[in-house]
Design a protein around this ligand. Structure first.
Ligand SMILES: CCCCCCCC(=O)CC(=O)SCCNC(=O)CCNC(=O)[C@H](O)C(C)(C)COP(=O)(O)OP(=O)(O)OC[C@H]1O[C@@H](n2cnc3c(N)ncnc32)[C@H](O)[C@@H]1OP(=O)(O)O
Ligand SMILES: NC(=O)C1=CN([C@@H]2O[C@H](COP(=O)(O)OP(=O)(O)OC[C@H]3O[C@@H](n4cnc5c(N)ncnc54)[C@H](O)[C@@H]3O)[C@@H](O)[C@H]2O)C=CC1
Length: 424
């Protein structure tokens, strides 16, 4: 028998548990209090019932157990942790788990970008700690990034890959670094979209350009789906916001580079996205998925620009796509050079199956190759010149080298990397 323990039943935990149950795996689901447990239980039951109805079968609710205590942990083969994105909380939880778990239980974290090695160090079994990074909505998105910590054993990684396969996920092994592959790239894409708002765009305009390009959802809708509070926690922990920064009059530069406080300001208003019924868009009720334009956001953006003396300019769809897609690919080249991803094709798979990247454009690295590496380089140089305080727009070393060496086909990129040290 295979039993999994799912810790935290928020946006991610409930989708992960549903994926496990649908694959015939018994799940013990845990939360912090009765209210959270009940909310998670209702959401998961509804998901399983919808799925069963579509397939004309009965929902496998018997495979689910809900609890507030760790006492059922002894028989568990695998733990998947999906509590808040908070290093101290996760370390604490891992320490507590080790007091009860069997010696050979695999401990997986669904962290979206924290250091898997640091988390592993809080346990008595570093070789059995692996990142299992699911994507929202976790019962729908096909991707699973399996994060290979520096002390994760090959057996533990292959076990996580095998579980992913059983869940019918597309599994990609990635190295451990902040944000791994997908979110490390996403950060730059998200930054560009938010700068575009500062400069004069609206969330609707950016999302429309991205959706016309072929993304399943624009980035602001995705942010609302994932929850704006996730990134807020990370920024607080990394010193970008907090007691040392004046939040009454937020500055547009932090730690020596451009910083846009708009997402923090939304979170301060309790606008966390779908989960609170308000984010970049408005929703009929918390948990609803239908995004509607919110006139308050337009006023919020205009007040912000007035405060900083920014004159809104017209931004073309072409600029939206170039700044978003090329900053994504640019970081992809850095990831390749550092040996965090095995190959450009893996990066493309991550974006196709994890982030709703347009299939017909073949993933960000393939797209960069199609557009032409010299064109991508030229555009990045142009945008970096316009925004010298955004280091991520500076063309990566590998992109420059590939262009200098005649833009070889994507299959040959790796052979142009000097002293490649794989993190896999
Ligand atoms: C971002 C900054 C914050 C960073 C925080 C950490 C983030 C991470 O660590 C990594 C992430 O997860 S980032 C988010 C990645 N996810 C995406 O980019 C989603 C892209 N969207 C899609 O692929 C499709 O729109 C999607 C597949 C969602 C829906 O496609 P369709 O419209 O074809 O789907 P349907 O067939 O109508 O429904 C299938 C199931 O999906 C549910 N759904 C649909 N639209 C949704 C939406 N807008 N929000 C939430 N759920 C949604 C729908 O309810 C249905 O569910 P079930 O009935 O239970 O199967
Ligand atoms: N939201 C997203 O799109 C994604 C989030 N992640 C990661 O997944 C993790 C969870 O994120 P979300 O589900 O978005 O957060 P969330 O805030 O929606 O849910 C977190 C849940 O954990 C529960 N919790 C907190 N402490 C707990 C404890 N000690 N024991 C049991 N439950 C506890 C909370 O009550 C809450 O229900 C984070 O590490 C996040 O970075 C990963 C991929 C995507």
């Amino acid at each position: 028998m295979f039993i999994c323990f799912s810790l935290g039943l928020g946006t991610m935990g409930r989708g992960i548990a549903v994926s496990l149950v649908k694959a015939g795996i018994s799940v013990v689901a845990i939360e912090t209090d009765e209210k959270q447990l009940e909310t998670g239980r209702k959401a998961m039951t509804a998901m399983l019932q919808r799925d069963a109805q579509r397939r004309g079968v009965s929902p496998p609710l018997h495979l689910l157990t809900f609890t507030l205590s760790f006492h059922q942990l002894r028989d568990v083969d695998l733990v998947i942790e999906a509590v808040f994105e908070d290093m101290n909380l996760k370390k604490h939880v891992f320490g507590d788990l080790c007091k009860v778990l069997k010696q050979d239980t695999l401990i997986c974290t669904n962290t979206s970008g924290l250091n898997v090695d640091e988390l592993a160090a809080a346990t008595d079994r570093q070789h059995l700690v692996v990142g299992m990074h699911f994507f929202a909505p976790a019962h729908v998105m096909k991707l699973l990034e399996v994060v290979y910590g520096s002390r994760s054993s090959p057996e533990a990684v292959s076990m996580a890959m095998a579980v992913g396969k059983r869940l019918e996920k597309v599994c990609v092994a990635v190295g451990n670094c902040p944000g791994f592959v997908g979110n490390r790239m996403l950060k730059h894409y998200l930054d560009q979209s938010i700068y575009l708002l500062e400069e004069g765009a609206t969330p609707e305009q950016v999302d429309q350009a991205l959706e016309e390009f072929g993304f399943a959802l624009g980035i602001f809708k995705v942010s609302d789906l994932s929850g704006l509070d996730v990134g807020w926690r990370v920024r607080k922990a990394s010193g970008l916001i907090g007691p040392d920064v004046n939040l009454v009059k937020p500055s547009r530069w932090r730690l020596g580079r451009r910083y846009c406080p708009l997402p923090d300001m939304l979170c301060q208003q309790g606008r966390f996205g779908q989960k609170t019924g308000r984010g970049w868009y408005l929703y009929d009720s918390p948990g609803s998925q239908q995004a509607k334009s919110d006139p308050e956001i337009l006023k919020f953006l205009q007040d912000y620009r007035n405060k900083y003396g920014i004159t809104a300019r017209r931004i073309s769809s072409q600029e939206v796509i170039e700044r978003c897609a090329f900053s994504l690919a640019n970081e992809g080249f850095r990831i390749l050079e550092e040996g965090i991803a095995a190959c450009p094709e893996d990066i493309d798979v991550i974006y196709l199956f994890g982030y709703g990247w347009p299939r017909h454009r073949g993933g960000p690295m393939f797209y960069a190759a199609q557009v032409g590496l010299s064109v991508v380089l030229e555009k990045l140089e142009h945008y970096h010149c316009d925004h010298p305080d955004v280091p991520s727009l500076e063309p990566s070393r590998l992109l420059r080298r590939l262009v200098a060496e005649g833009s070889p086909p994507i299959q040959q990129w790796k052979s142009h990397i000097k002293n490649l040290q794989s993190h896999l």
